[in-house]
Ligand binder design. Structure first.
Ligand code: APR
Length: 229
């Protein structure tokens, strides 16, 4: 089976009812990144950070995978597929995808604020001040914040370098290093971008753009992939 790598962003979960970040009405219109998604924010006002991610977790637990998540899960029958997602939701997994790499962490998990390698599943939607890890340190959301290293980036690059097909769904490609992944795929590799408002991507060969929402465009994307195969 050919190796297919799919990079996903918030847009793939928009039709499941989860807000994107930079669209009109997106999360970063209602919140200041520096108040809720940086190590400095956690230092200054951890309760505000917990509240922000508790709300995100609640929304994720109430959401269901949509036809784009389900379509990607079906592609496991035809490809050796890795999904590299910037999303912190678990909708790819709940749709049935078995090989998902989360670049920016997972909202359903907590991590120790003193040792990031201590990671725990969260039962329910709420992580509280006073919830601690086995070392006695406060638990924080298992999220990669702005200003933090992206621990799984190297692994994501290595996987992308070996891709024989590459697709991108629902990301503004504005946040690095994730946005640079498309340049890790070999020039000769066919690439497909699915987004209703695709940005301009310079210096990328073999790129086909589908200007559509994930839920409807996934059918076209699957047809194109299967035609190449
Ligand atoms: N289907 C597909 N794409 C969509 C849909 C849809 N129904 N609706 C919106 N989009 C597209 C937008 O056109 C845009 O290109 O999804 C993209 C969303 O972009 P962002 O809000 O910037 O989300 P993302 O690229 O995932 O953000 C990257 O920034 O703050 C962070 O850490 C957060 O992982 C996130 C990172």
């Amino acid at each position: 089976m050919k190796k297919l790598v799919v990079l996903t962003g918030a847009g793939i979960s928009a039709e499941s009812g989860l807000q994107t970040f930079r669209d009109e009405g997106g999360l970063w219109e209602g919140y200041n990144v520096y108040d809720v998604a940086t190590p400095g924010a956690w230092f200054k006002n951890p309760r505000m950070v917990q509240d922000f991610y508790n709300l995100r977790r609640k929304a994720v637990l109430e959401a269901q995978p949509n036809s784009a998540h389900i379509g990607l899960a079906e592609l496991e029958h035809y490809y050796d597929i890795t999904i590299i997602t910037q999303n912190i939701d678990d909708l790819h997994e709940r749709a049935g995808s078995t090989n998902v790499l989360h670049l920016h962490g997972e909202i359903t998990k907590a991590q120790s604020s003193s040792n990031p390698e201590l990671i725990y599943p969260i039962d329910g939607w709420e992580l509280k001040m006073g919830d601690t890890c086995e070392l006695g340190s406060q638990l924080r959301p298992h999220i990669v914040w702005f200003g933090e290293q992206v621990p799984r980036m190297y692994e994501a690059e290595k996987i992308t370098e070996k891709a024989e097909l590459f697709a991108v769904i629902g990301t503004s490609l504005q946040v690095y290093p994730a946005a640079g992944l498309i340049h890790s795929a070999m020039q000769s590799v066919p690439k497909i971008l699915l987004d209703p408002k695709p940005g301009v991507i310079g210096n990328v060969q073999n790129l086909t753009v589908i200007a559509d929402k994930a839920g409807t465009g996934i059918k076209r994307l699957m047809e194109l992939l299967l035609a190449i195969n």
